[in-house]
Ligand binder design. Sequence first.
Ligand code: GAR
Length: 217
Amino acid sequence: MSQSTCKTAILVSGSGSNLQSFIDKCATGEIDLQLCVVFSNKPGAFGLERARKAGIPTECLEHGDYPDRESFDRGVATVLDRYDPDLIVLAGFMRILSPWFVKHYEGRVLNIHPALLPAYPGLDTHQRVLDAGEKWHGSTVHFVTEELDGGPRILQGRLAVNAGESAGTLCDRVQAIEHQIYPEAANWFGQGRLEFRDGNAWLDGEPLSDPVVSEYP
Ligand code: GAR
C-alpha cells in the first residue's frame, strides 16, 4: 500500500492508549494515516514512549515554561508546523486550546471526549454519569472549535451502563470503544470523506446534523 498523504500529528498528555490504537491500525493497514509526530506537554507522558517504540518522531514543550496560554500554543504550533501536519488529533491532550491555536488549524483538529456530547462536557465524566443514574454513556469524536467540548460532533460510540458498575469499569469499556471510533473518524478525514465546512462537520458531501452513532455491548 502507498503511504498516506494525510500527515497526522497526535497530541497526548498521558498514557496514550488512543495513540496506540492509531499506531496499531496504521500498522495493520486498517487505517491510512501518516503519523508524522507525537507531541506532549508532559515529558513523562507514556504516550511519548509508545511513539518512540513505533519509530514516530516525538516533541515536548512544558506549558510551565511559557507566560500564558497563547504563547505556549504558538510554541506548540511552531514545533508542529515543522512537520507540516494536515490533521491534528488530540488524544487525551489535557490542555484548553487558545482561540489563536484553534484558528491556526481551523477545521483540522479532532478531539475525543469520554461522554455522549453535548451531555457531560468537562472532567470526571464516568463518575458524573453514574451519579446521575444515566442508562447510556459513551464517547464522542468532534471537531475542535473555541467552545470547550462543543465543536461539531462526528462519531459517537454508545454503550448501556451496567447495574452496579464502577467508574473504573465504565472507563475501561468507554476507552475500548474510543480505540475503535477515533481512528475510524480520523481515517475518514484522511480519505477526504470528512470535512469541516461553514461551522459544520460534513461526511461524504452531506452536513452531519447529528453524529454517526455506533452501539457497543
Ligand atoms: C481518553 O479517554 C479521552 O477520551 C480523554 O482522556 C483519555 C486519554 O486516554 N480525554 C478527555 O477527557 C478530554 N477532555 P489515553 O491517554 O489512554 O488515550
